[in-house]
Design a protein around this ligand. Structure first.
Ligand SMILES: Nc1ncnc2c1ncn2[C@@H]1O[C@H](COP(=O)(O)OP(=O)(O)OP(=O)(O)O)[C@@H](O)[C@H]1O
Ligand SMILES: [Mg+2]
Length: 498
């Protein structure tokens, strides 16, 4: 039903209890008014009450990972979507419902005029559990944006948005993950938002392409898995791009590492040590690479290679490569491995790979060993020893038939430091180890911690009681640091005696 039809509702037809979500055809523009309405105010900054709604009680037997929606909430969402779809149809009839529609002041003014008109006719009643302002704002979010996600996109400090099917929506703020109580109407509603997000990127989401990994123009990273692969409903994970990238001073302020660890890492980067940042999902690996990259001297040429470009280097002589996924029109793919091999022909002094997940690890180690020292990458692993083992596995994924001792030697010869990032149980993110790979003893690698975070348990406020300390070992790489002008006193590496 279009907005013009909405106007024609007879009083007794009123607002449907369950308004259809699909708009009808034939919108008719409203008669023009004499004076143009003033441009609408920009969306206001959401407050904490807007973000977190009370969690609805769920009847016994509700599937835990699916959740549910109350009738009242579903009715409100239906009404919002019905209004939004009809208003949208009336201002942009040529667009499909899963096409994005840019939010411009002119369009917003048109929508406001039509919305007020519909309300003044008394055909649509604002549901009692929401204010007029909130209701209108929700309709706009549905019409122009990503529906229930808009509020999180607008809120600074929300770093990650996680949609586990329509009824479980969580966010991460200050390292803590919390369910928000926000809901989608149903699976189709989530998929519609997914399609609106990825359509401008030339990507598709359907039964044949249920796994979607993409980067938004603003740099945010998006992953979605839809039916039939997602069992409990289509899901969506957005790592929001943060305008203010964390810098070394931020990490020091957050006590993610000590100033001495910072100085050591700076020296390691300038001295062109090869560094692998290890860590679990969302532990801060990419952030660390970004922070470390700031220490690369500006005259050195770097090639960065990523699946979804997140790195932001401040130097000018940086060439950024991103892998290519297949699209229906352009089915070809370009892998990280292809990019690494190509990067070697681009005269790079350093190569930075966003993440090593497979056989490209072998190419990267070879690059580190052949004049591109000072290279960096990240690997998913929970501690430096597992990181070493993971590197072994990743090298073998290149399809080579090297004996394990040869693989270990290659890693030990190539990688100088493992910097371990962790997201701890209180939500804080810390560098928990700076570990040097000192060589081999027989067939075993020698890994020595230079700095370590000691975890002594929890404080009363739930925060972790712990401290970073040097492990008491003078690093083997010290001579390289000295050559680059970093002459650290031995005390920097010694454990305090008291
Ligand atoms: N030391 C830190 N203190 C506080 N927040 C941090 C810190 N490091 C990273 N973050 C925040 O944590 C989130 C995840 O960081 P990042 O993207 O670097 O993690 P990641 O390990 O690369 O994740 P993934 O495994 O998904 O690639 C970001 O929002 C980032 O701003
Ligand atoms: Mg990352």
């Amino acid at each position: 039903m279009a907005i013009s039809a909405l106007k024609k509702l007879k009083p007794d037809e009123g607002q449907p209890a369950a308004a259809p979500t699909t708009p009808g055809a034939g919108p008719k523009p409203l008669p023009k008014k004499e004076a143009a309405p003033p441009p609408p105010a920009p969306p206001k900054k959401p407050s904490i009450e807007d973000i977190f709604l009370p969690l609805e009680p769920e009847p016994d037997g509700t599937p835990t990972q699916r959740g549910c929606i109350s009738e009242g909430r579903a009715d409100r969402l239906r009404l919002q979507m019905w209004l939004a779809d009809n208003l949208r149809k009336s201002i942009a009839p040529e667009l499909a419902i899963d096409d994005p529609l840019e939010r411009t002041p002119e369009r917003e003014a048109m929508v406001k005029q039509r919305f007020d008109h519909v309300l003044s006719q008394g055909k649509v009643k604002v549901p009692p559990d929401v204010t007029l302002e909130q209701f209108y704002s929700n309709v706009l979010d549905e019409l122009f944006g990503f529906g229930p996600l808009e509020i999180f996109i607008r809120t600074d400090g929300v770093s990650e948005i996680m949609v586990n099917g329509p009824y479980i929506v969580l966010i991460e703020q200050k390292g803590r993950i919390r369910e928000t109580g926000q809901k989608f109407l149903d699976d189709d509603h989530v998929e519609r938002v997914v399609k609106r997000i990825i359509k401008p990127l030339g990507r598709i989401a359907d039964i044949d392409h249920p796994l979607i990994d993409a980067r938004l123009p603003d740099g945010s990273r998006v992953n979605s898995v839809i039916r039939p692969v997602a069992i409990d409903g289509p899901n969506l994970t957005i790592r929001k791009f943060s305008k203010d990238k964390l810098k070394i001073d931020d990490l020091l302020n957050f006590k993610s590492m000590t100033p001495n660890m910072g100085k050591f890492l700076e020296a390691a980067v300038v001295s062109r040590l090869n560094i692998v940042v290890s860590g679990g999902t969302g532990s801060g690996k990419t952030t660390l690479i970004n922070v470390l990259s700031a220490f690369i001297p500006s005259h050195e040429r770097t090639v960065t290679i990523e699946d979804a470009a997140e790195l932001q280097f401040k130097q000018r002589n940086v060439v950024r490569l991103e892998t290519k996924k297949p699209t229906p029109e352009h089915p070809g793919i370009v892998t990280i491995r292809d990019c690494v091999v190509n990067a070697l022909r681009m005269r790079p002094e350093r190569i930075v790979i966003g993440e090593c997940r497979s056989g490209e690890t072998l190419d990267m180690l070879q690059a580190m060993n052949t004049g591109h020292d000072g290279s960096m990458t990240t690997v998913h692993s929970n501690d430096p020893r597992s990181c070493f083992s993971r590197l072994e596995t990743l090298v073998l994924m290149a399809g080579v038939d090297f004996p394990i001792a040869v693989v270990r030697k290659q890693i030990a010869n190539s990688v100088d430091l493992i910097v371990q990032a962790s997201r701890l149980r209180d939500g804080s993110r810390k560098v928990t180890h700076i570990t040097e790979i000192q060589g081999m003893e027989g067939e075993m690698p020698i890994l020595m911690d230079i700095f370590k975070f000691y975890d002594y348990g929890d404080k009363e406020d739930g925060k972790i009681n712990g401290e970073h300390l040097p492990a008491g070992i003078r690093p083997k790489c010290e001579h390289k640091l000295k050559q680059a002008g970093f002459d650290f006193p031995p005390s920097l590496f010694m454990k305090p005696t008291t």
